[in-house]
Every structure is written in structure tokens, then in C-alpha cells.
Design a protein around this ligand. Structure first.
Ligand SMILES: Nc1nc2c(ncn2[C@@H]2O[C@H](COP(=O)(O)OP(=O)(O)OP(=O)(O)O)[C@@H](O)[C@H]2O)c(=O)[nH]1
Ligand SMILES: [Mg+2]
Length: 192
């Protein structure tokens, strides 16, 4: 059976584990640098403009946000690697992201979102290594594909895959290219 994206809702935000929602669904976490398009990806998946909050300002998502989509929960994690965020805020992000990824029992898979136009940063490489070491399924979603030509999409994706050592898919929240591929990935985690 395939995922019913129309059946979706915002559950809650959390800045610490005691605030995580209690449920039995598998969670798919979205990690990635600030402003890469994690929240936009969620909206594109469910065909809504405003389920997840998107903004032109990087560093917008400063908490974990939980969205139920059918019998899965997507978790929008705060973006890392944005220089202009105050140190005090950055100091809170790392434990927020790492705490979630290491402790959350519901965690079933990770989607690492990167901008297809750019070479992954040192932060991205660290995150990818870290995810690989966690031993749970993970994919790179190379988004903003609408910003480059089709031929570049292929070469860039291959470069990103070889640097980060994870399987990858091309995506665009603007054109929804790759949406079906991503839904196929998510379908694997629907139980019952
Ligand atoms: N052209 C294009 N723009 C996109 C795409 N995805 C996101 N954007 C734009 O990129 C900006 C950042 O998008 P967000 O979805 O807020 O990014 P985020 O990763 O959630 O950012 P943080 O919450 O700061 O970590 C917004 O201006 C979006 O409209 C895409 O696929 N194509
Ligand atoms: Mg966001």
C-alpha cells in the first residue's frame, strides 16, 4: 500500500527529548544544512504550501518539528552550518540534533538534504559519516534541482554520492522532480 500524503498534520515542536511526541510510528528524520530546503521538501511531499514553515532566512527552524504523514512521522531537524546564527544558538543545536539521532527509538531512517548545486561541505561530510556509523538506512536528497540543467543534475548527484557515500536522489520542491522516488523510499517504512 502506498503512503496517503493527504492524511498529514503537524504534531508538535521539541527542543528536548522530554518534549518528543509519544507514538508508535516510524520516524524519518531530515537533516541538512540550514536553508537547503528541508521544510520545503516536506511541503512538496504532501502537496501543501504551509505544513512546514519555510523562510528566506536561514536558521529558521530552531527546534525539532514533528509531522505525521499517514503512518509515518517526518522530523524536521534544525539546519546546521549556518555561520550567521549566534554561537549561543549553535551550542544548543548540536545536542538537539545529536541527542535526537542517538536516542530516539522511533527513528527508522535519515534523509540527508543537500543543495545539488554545491559541493558538500565539511559539515555535510561529518554528518554523513556520523549517519553511516549509526547503522540505519539513509539517503541523500539533492534538492533545488530546478536551479541547474538536467545534465548537471546527474554529474552533481554522482559527485555528491561519491563524497558522502550514501545512496542519493535528485529532488526539487519547486518542480517536484524526484517526488515519486522519495515517496517510494518512504513507502518502505510504512508498517501494517
Ligand atoms: N528553487 C528552489 N528553491 C527552493 C527549493 N527548496 C527550497 N527552496 C527555497 O530555499 C529557501 C529555504 O528553504 P527551507 O525549506 O526553509 O530550508 P530549510 O532547510 O528548512 O532551512 P532551515 O529551516 O533554516 O534549516 C526558501 O526560500 C525556499 O523557497 C527548491 O527545490 N527549489
Ligand atoms: Mg526549515
Amino acid at each position: 500500500m502506498s503512503i496517503n500524503v493527504q492524511d498529514c498534520e503537524f504534531i508538535s515542536s521539541a527542543v528536548k527529548s522530554s518534549q518528543y511526541p509519544v507514538h508508535d510510528y516510524p520516524e524519518i528524520a531530515l537533516v541538512g544544512r540550514s536553508n537547503v530546503g528541508k521544510s520545503s521538501l516536506i511541503n512538496a511531499l504532501v502537496n501543501r504550501k504551509k505544513l512546514a514553515r519555510v523562510s528566506g532566512q536561514p536558521g529558521r527552524t530552531q527546534a525539532l518539528n514533528f509531522y505525521r504523514v499517514d503512518r509515518l512521522v517526518l522530523v524536521d531537524l534544525p539546519g546546521y552550518g549556518y555561520a550567521k546564527v549566534p554561537e549561543s544558538v549553535k551550542a544548543q543545536w548540536k545536542p538537539m540534533i545529536e541527542g535526537y539521532l542517538t536516542q530516539r527509538r522511533n527513528l527508522a531512517a535519515v534523509l540527508m538534504v543537500v543543495d545539488i548545486r554545491h559541493r558538500p561541505t565539511a559539515d555535510d561530510q561529518m554528518m554523513a559519516e556520523w549517519i553511516a556509523a549509526m547503522d540505519i538506512p539513509a539517503w541523500i536528497v539533492a534538492t533545488k534541482a530546478d536551479k541547474i540543467s538536467r545534465s548537471k543534475q546527474k554529474t552533481h548527484l554522482n559527485q555528491i554520492i561519491s563524497l558522502l557515500n550514501l545512496p542519493g536522489i535528485v529532488f526539487s520542491a519547486a518542480t517536484k522532480i524526484g517526488r515519486e522516488d522519495l515517496l517510494a523510499v518512504l513507502n518502505q517504512f510504512i508498517v501494517g
